[in-house]
Design a protein around this ligand. Sequence first.
Ligand code: NAD
Length: 494
Amino acid sequence: MLDTDKITKLRKAPVPPALHLIDGKARAASDDATLPVISPLDGRELTTMARGTASDGEAAIAAARAAFDDGRWSGLAPSARKKILLKWADLIEAHALELAVLGVRNNGTEIGMALKAEPLSAAATIRYYAEAIDKIYGEIAPTAPGTLGLVHREPVGVVGVIVPWNFPLMIGAWKLGPALAAGNTVVLKPAETASLTLRRIADLALEAGIPAGVFNVVLGEGAVVGEAISLSMAVDVIVFTGSGPVGRRLMENAAKSNLKRVYLELGGKSPNIVFADAPDLDEAVKVSANGIFRNSGQVCIAGSRLLVQREIHDAFVQKLQAFSEKMVVGDPLDPATQAGAINSARQLEQNLSFVEQARSGGRQVIGGQRLLEETGGYFMQPTIVTGVEASDPLAQREVFGPVLAVIPFDTEAEAIAIANGTDYGLAAAVWTRDLSRAHRMIAAIRAGVVHVNTYGGSDLSVPLGGVKQSGNGHDKSLHAFDKYLDLKTAWIKL
Ligand code: NAD
């Protein structure tokens, strides 16, 4: 149960200006410049944050490099790192509501979801990797007698972590947890419009005993701070979640600098495919609506393309409209709200322009309007667009907002062709009673995850990653360690 009195108090709490954390110290930008932090709840300035310069980025990288090279963190026993990380997770959990409300004021996610998906999930993630790190062994290779081939796993070095604004703590922790548990040092660059909670948990990391210089945070713009990280000769690995164009840029910069490894979790245009034999159409309607409209569609795996078999198309759309019109959109700090704010004025504009383009192209739009403009906040109706062609921009490009493209299909083969007909390959879902068909679809759809008779279920123990232009590498599960632990072999003649 959410404590509404506490939320009311926290929503009015002043937010101090956010500064970088470099080598254990809070620092303003080298030229003292700041950026306003605008709350999507009312369009007003919530606070300011340091507007990082390239030299701020370089200072943070130098601190992380020194902290890695002198072994102050990687030289600790894994069980010692574990102890500190567990304390950090406890501190995050102890501050969960405060972090959740701060995060909502910063990025607009509805509070019920934010509490679970942000601080509580971040604490659980950090605990998971802390608990795992003292259970990872090297190997002895089966080589010829008289030789010994040892396979060690060692930290990769300095990790640049660049994350988006939709779930900063959850996505941040998917990377910080295994990177730090493995003994690496980190330079983190949060998104411009969701930096405050990540910056706050960095203070908690210091309080837990993570040594200065091990976890650094540089605030500011991607084009400045992110560039400094991706072009650095001292960063060994970049782990990134965000948009395709920025992912591409990071790879270019890695090629131009030190060939650092670049792991990308990018966008999606995920197909949610409903066959006429779906086991429970009402359940499919509810889950499909939540799969695109919760957090106002600002979810990487959002089921943004609904493929419906023609014989149930009209009935399904009708039910979907009835369900979505009842969804409560508005103040994300009200626990009754089901879809909170759009993260920024720019994102809202982009969402509305996708809808306008579809409307002027002759598609039918249900919803599609800005809401609650009088509050100054950025809110939008859950929007369903029907009559969409598989080649339409709305069916090909990621909106990252509460806009659902509905496409009818007749046969299984047609559904597969439409599902696979984009550059993306992040998530998908299939609704059917036919077990053989479900397995055929799992095999045929090119996506990192295919849900069956549900949308969006997950667990920390299950990896998340995309194929095609949705990315490479995986977050979550023990597989995530592969990005942060290198193999080193020793060959010994006995
Ligand atoms: P974005 O790519 O604009 O920004 C992501 C981060 O990159 C931000 O911190 C930004 O400051 C930084 N950045 C921007 N330009 C940069 C540059 N030149 N060099 C280095 N860093 C730079 O993405 P966004 O708008 O914050 O987030 C939305 C995107 O993230 C969507 O495409 C969404 O699908 C994707 N996403 C993917 C996943 C996943 O797991 N696959 C999860 C969440 C979000």
